[in-house]
Design a protein around this ligand. Structure first.
Ligand code: MSP
Length: 515
């Protein structure tokens, strides 16, 4: 690894170790993993973190319900989640667990540091709390229904009244600092509409101090100063992003120094419902720790079903394994990152899934690869050579290939992943059209023109394979191997002579058509 290689650290939220994950979670993890793969393609030294959030009242209650001790309970989920990512071919560098000893010790020290710096004081919390969201709410934020109960305004969960001694973090000290940072860096947080909402609902009003310990929750990190108190699960959980890299208030591990402190890019991907914690509290905690900020915070929309948000009561929760039993894992991942606009909610519907896969991957790209290889094999057993020619139809397709390399990167660099994927499929459509118009199948024997067409088709197929390799690494490696090459690289796309003296496989089938 050369020293000049830039670093890239990307994270998913750490998921509550209290239930089976569904396609919404799979969506987030796939997005982050795809971006990690793209950054690797661009030559970055990449680290990818996912994990589980294992403390708090919600999990303690669940463990109790199943008559298990909380540690055994979360251990079983952490294992399940890791298996899910393995089964989907999603590899990561850090699996962060908040019940780990290192994390707990590090967070205790963070708490003590805040206390000695005067950012934290002791008081009493009287107000509302949502256990499923692990979120404090004021009466004005909550929704009062006719049954006399308060409810969470977006999740709809019933709130309980809490009255207990608590330590508070002086968020109020940092409101203006955060507003300035947001204004200084347009691209820092996305989507803009969420940032606007947070500004209007919280920042412009001035932040209220945040309760950061609980006395009635035993399953959590006990503070050193007052062992009756456990640390509020969000302070605990957010810190995972740095403790997993080995952050310690005095003596951090080299991973923290390399990928965070001296790192080039740090990106958090998260669902929109937890943007307040990531866009407001997390930057403030980091500022209070005097640690550099992440370079990008990206909130994404939800996957919903045709009959609305997934929920147990509606019985419309989509289990990733249900899809995996029917479809190739790379089809599922492709669908998720290519069909959902990152800032918006997206509807998952199985018929649409089938249509997209059949159309993009099978009829469009799959067909392009198989028809090209078939034509080459029948006439050019030793492969084709690239030759320059000044003829519009051929120059046009060359230009489309070259332009797509730039467009793809511009979109990806701006985290417009679905649009970047569409560039790949659009190029594949252009190549199919090029073949339809030049009609290479009408040539019965070797000719210069036929070689001109097929060498361009091969170069285009290679470009699409490189673009798609960030989400279909297994299948695209197969394509590239059958094209007779091994290397998957963006730079290699622009070298049109790479297939000279290279033989291709006789035939290729990307996927069988889905019925
Ligand atoms: N434990 C917290 C996160 C702490 S991060 C320091 C948490 N966990 S969670 O298990 O509830 O996972 C929430 C995340 O799962 C969302 O932010 C999002 O990334 C993903 N999703 C859950 N449901 C989803 C959809 N329906 N659609 C898309 N993503 C969804 O919150």
């Amino acid at each position: 690894m050369s020293k000049t290689q830039k670093t890239f650290f990307i994270t998913t939220p750490i998921y509550y170790a209290s239930g089976d994950l569904h396609i919404g979670h799979l969506y987030t993890t796939t997005l982050a993993w795809t971006i990690a793969n793209y950054k690797k393609l661009k030559g970055f030294d990449v680290k990818f973190l996912t994990g589980s959030d294992e403390h708090g009242q919600k999990i303690a209650n669940k463990a109790l319900e199943f008559n298990q001790n909380p540690q055994t309970y979360v251990d079983s989920f952490a294992k399940k989640y890791q298996k899910l990512w393995d089964d989907f071919g999603i590899d990561y560098n850090f699996y962060s667990r908040t019940s780990s000893k290192f994390h707990s010790e590090s967070v205790k020290k963070i708490f003590s540091f805040f206390l000695t710096k005067g950012f934290i004081y002791k008081g009493k919390y009287e107000g509302l709390y949502s256990v499923p969201d692990e979120e404090f709410l004021t009466k004005t934020q909550a929704m009062l229904k006719t049954d006399g109960q308060y409810y969470h305004p977006s999740s709809g969960h019933c709130l309980e009244l809490v009255s207990e001694e608590s330590y508070f973090f002086k968020m109020s000290l940092f409101t203006n600092w955060l507003l300035d940072q947001i204004n200084l860096n347009e691209k820092w947080m996305n989507p803009k509409k969420i940032v606007k909402e947070l500004k209007n609902n919280f920042l412009f009003k001035g932040l209220e101090d945040l309760s950061v310990t609980r006395t009635n929750v035993k399953w959590g990190i006990k503070i050193k100063e007052d062992t009756n108190h456990t640390i509020y699960v969000w302070l605990d959980a957010l810190c995972n992003y740095i403790t997993a890299l080995g952050f310690d208030i005095k003596n951090s591990d080299e991973n923290f120094v390399k990928y965070w402190q001296n790192g080039d890019e740090i990106v958090h991907i998260l669902g929109k419902e937890i943007s307040r914690f990531h866009f407001v509290y997390w930057p403030i905690f980091l500022k209070a720790l005097n640690i550099k900020q992440p370079t990008r915070l990206i909130g994404h929309g939800w996957i919903i079903t045709p009959n609305g948000k997934m929920s147990k009561s509606k019985g419309n929760v989509i289990n990733p394994y249900e899809l995996l039993s029917k479809y190739h894992k790379e089809m599922i991942k492709y669908y998720l990152v290519s069909q959902i606009n990152i800032g918006e909610d997206g509807i998952y519907e199985e018929n649409h899934f089938k249509e997209v896969i059949n159309s993009d991957l099978i009829n469009n790209y799959g067909n392009l690869v198989s028809r090209t290889l078939k034509m080459i094999f029948s006439i050019f057993k030793n492969g084709v050579k690239f030759k320059e020619i000044k003829l519009e139809i051929h120059n046009n397709i060359e230009k489309k290939i070259l332009d797509s390399v730039l467009e793809y990167q511009n979109l990806f660099d701006d985290f417009k992943i679905d649009e970047a994927m569409k560039i790949a499929i659009k190029l594949s459509s252009h190549l199919n059209k090029y073949i339809d118009e030049t009609k290479p199948w009408t040539f019965k024997e070797k000719s210069e023109e036929l070689e001109i067409i097929l060498s361009r088709a091969l170069n285009g197929i290679y470009a699409v394979a490189v673009f798609l390799s960030v989400v279909l690494p297994i299948k695209m490696q197969e394509v590239i191997t059958d094209l007779g090459l091994t290397k998957i690289s963006l730079e290699n796309i622009t070298n049109f002579y790479k297939f000279d003296n290279i033989k291709q496989a006789e035939k290729f089938i990307l996927f069988e058509r889905i019925k």
